[in-house]
Design a protein around this ligand. Sequence first.
Ligand code: AHR
Length: 502
Amino acid sequence: QNARLTLDPSFTVGPINRNIFGGFVEHLGRHVYDGIHEPSHATADDEGFRQDVIELVKEMGVSTIRYPGGNFVSGFRWEDSVGPREERPTRLDLAWHSTETNQVGMHEFASWLQKVDSDLMLAVNLGTRGTSEALELLEYSNLPKGTALADQRMANGRPDPFDVKIWCLGNEMDGPWQLGHRSAEDYGKLAAITARAMRQLDPSIELVACGSSSAHMPTFGEWERVVLSHTYDVVDYISCHAYYEEKNGDLGSFLASAVDMDSFIESVVATADHVKAVRGSSKTINISFDEWNVWYISRFENVDKIEGLDNWPVAPRLLEDCYSVADAVVFGNLMISLLKHADRVTSASLAQLVNVIAPIMTEPGGPAWRQTTFFPFSITSKLAQGSVLELKLDAGTYETSDYGTVSLVDAVATHDDATGATAVFLVNRSQTEETTVTIDVAALNGFSSVTAQSLYDTDVYAKNTLEEPERVTMKTNTSAKLDGGAVTITLPPVSWTAVSLA
Ligand code: AHR
């Protein structure tokens, strides 16, 4: 197979907003407790945070981190998680049928964020709570001083405000599983009232209205239209959530998951722009793709579920998916999809970070290691600089049962005018054939070298595990050649590749 790409710096999709390299930490399973926080671990710092995990999160280059949920937030009382630890209440977490000890809360998490060089993105509870509690949390977080709540924050050891810029107005309120789930009409009204009130307190914040929890929800499309018709003037983003998994052994469809993500994004953009047109508004609503990943949800539904009135474990093993090479190739392709829509996807959060559907795994008292999905994230976050270029791609196709005829190759290119840094990210979805890609870079003169690294394996289901944590790593792709105005590179079957030009 052969494919061709043409890059031209005169044609850009838009600048890359670093917020698209965000993550998500939910109080769920062993994410917080036994994941990022394990006071008895050999690498624990004076606050009980595992420093081996901190190093890995830093290596990933994660910008903003959404917290504390997820489904968890819809039953969360934020005030339980601040103040002296020994006075914090132990609560039921209905979302994950677990016990929340509140030993890690707002202050501890903000301190951890400083250690990993990331910014806080907070979600407010619009499931079991409302406008007043959202206002209280905002006041506690962002008001410098001089009110009961700001002073309480100072007394709790934080003189400066948390200064949280991006706020999610609830989580997945379209989902029947969500505590406080409601109709688009009811959620839209509550979100608008809450957004208006929060802006009255702090006009500098950015707000995310809940979009659909997946493009396959029965209310998809209509949900966004109704919610935005209530909230358009007072929010900045509408959220998208999407998870993909290989189903029934259909690897071909799974490898094309980004086709679904592309059309999800484009449909939400169209819906938001429809509301804009109807309202005659000059404002544009962008997308916060604040949950995306590969997730074997069917496994959670069949194996992981916890039940029983007397069974509410602390930090149980939940959603601990172990990712294969094929999963990482799809994952890398999802990042390509986010980048291709950089003009409208200006915030995104990988769900999640540690142990729970995560690129980083830990064992209590033991090591931390990189899952296969760690690599596409860390490399894309590092190499994608400047703007996304509009790309002309000419490649072969194949048939899938889920998405019809799809391209065998997907790609995106980024270029930084200031430094000249240029990168191309590619996937080869063929299960059997290599693809040799010619990348025309004549319009970007002056390169003297090309380097490339690929993720692939003869066993597409190879994984990194506790026993074999480095079974899958990136490999230098020695086929990459720069010859005048063109790069040629051969992509192995089922592979994700990053090309860097200097
Ligand atoms: O990321 C896991 C869960 O997926 C989140 O809690 C929820 O928002 C989504 O359904």
